[in-house]
Ligand binder design. Sequence first.
Ligand SMILES: *[C@@H]1O[C@H](CO)[C@@H](O)[C@H](O)[C@H]1NC(C)=O
Ligand SMILES: *[C@@H]1O[C@H](CO)[C@@H](O)[C@H](O)[C@H]1NC(C)=O
Length: 372
Amino acid sequence: MVPLRATILSVLLVTAIIALTVSHHSRNSPSSAASTVAAESVDLRSSAHQAALAKHAHNASLGFGEIVYISMPDRTDRQDAMNLLASSSGLKLKLSPGVNGSDVSPKAIPDEAPQGIRPSVLGCYRAHANAWRYLLESDMDSILIFEDDLDWNPNIKNTMETLSMQMQNSKIRVKEPSDYERANAPYGLDWDILYLGSWRHGTHPDYRDVTQIWDDPDLPDSASLKGGSKYSLGQALRDYGLTDAELGKKRVLAPSYWTLKTTAYAITRQGAQRLLFLLSYVGNLKHGDIDQDITRLFEEGKLRGYTLTPPAFSQFKVGGTKDSDNVKEGTTTGGKGNLGGHNYFLKGSARQAMLDKLKLDNWEEYKRLREE
Ligand SMILES: *[C@@H]1O[C@H](CO)[C@@H](O)[C@H](O)[C@H]1NC(C)=O
Ligand SMILES: *[C@@H]1O[C@H](CO)[C@@H](O)[C@H](O)[C@H]1NC(C)=O
């Protein structure tokens, strides 16, 4: 009796496996496999699935729903530059127009904003708030927001793929990822803001050990990170527990606490909701400068962010009046031009790579052809 029952059971088992395999194959037809993954047919915890999801970092929006960039409508020079740079890196950007604060009605100013808030500061807040709203009006899970004076490492897609693998296996999350996150979100969705291009970095003094640390080949050399000021990248990295020998070799992801500049950051839907709720609806724009208010909300624990140190994106400075839209001047003065500009804390420069890629000596090529 026992052997017969065992045989029936194993036949049933084999049948079940065949049925599962067939349904797995039909679900993974080329058209459906690319975007969403059917949770019941794939092992969401397998490293093969994680690696495939991390590969989304190589798409035109770096694995986020979209990349939008904020630029004042009159800065067509910067828009040209951002379009050029993005196309040269295989990225797609969507313009989100900057706002002149003089056009914001006094009634629309957040209740707790400082008296006499400068139009440029107010306009900056409004432009970012419009980008947050754009996400909520869409059905995307997250967007990456750029300002219009950026540079990044030519290897940015690999950097983001590694970041995705790290975030899929994050030890610094408060909650386990949901199946939806495991299936669809290369960077998870457990954060409001993901800071990828900030300037000052500082950790919560009581939670310095809450870090995710990994080897990364695309970091600036340690000499450029070693500055000693309280909020230098070098000091931040030491506070996260890195030794001097590890500077320039390891990247750190940690809960955002002291993080300035809105150069490049991602937000989730929940992040967009919290930001609009706290800064617009409650009106808690106490400082006025959007990055200062966001970092205060991190310190108060009302927003959840992660900061990448060293950052993956940097401002690109050309000097002179072109670097700022806060001062309106008829003519530009003192700039070095795009060819003389520089970034901060990046290994290499996508702007430089673009230059090399577009360089041409047409007649020299004809000459060589004739000589052959
Ligand atoms: C890139 O990948 C993300 C995550 O899967 C996705 O939401 C987004 O639509 C993709 N973007 C493009 C341009 O394919
Ligand atoms: C904003 O608009 C005001 C009023 O139209 C104008 O005087 C000012 O120059 C504008 N500022 C910028 C930065 O465009």
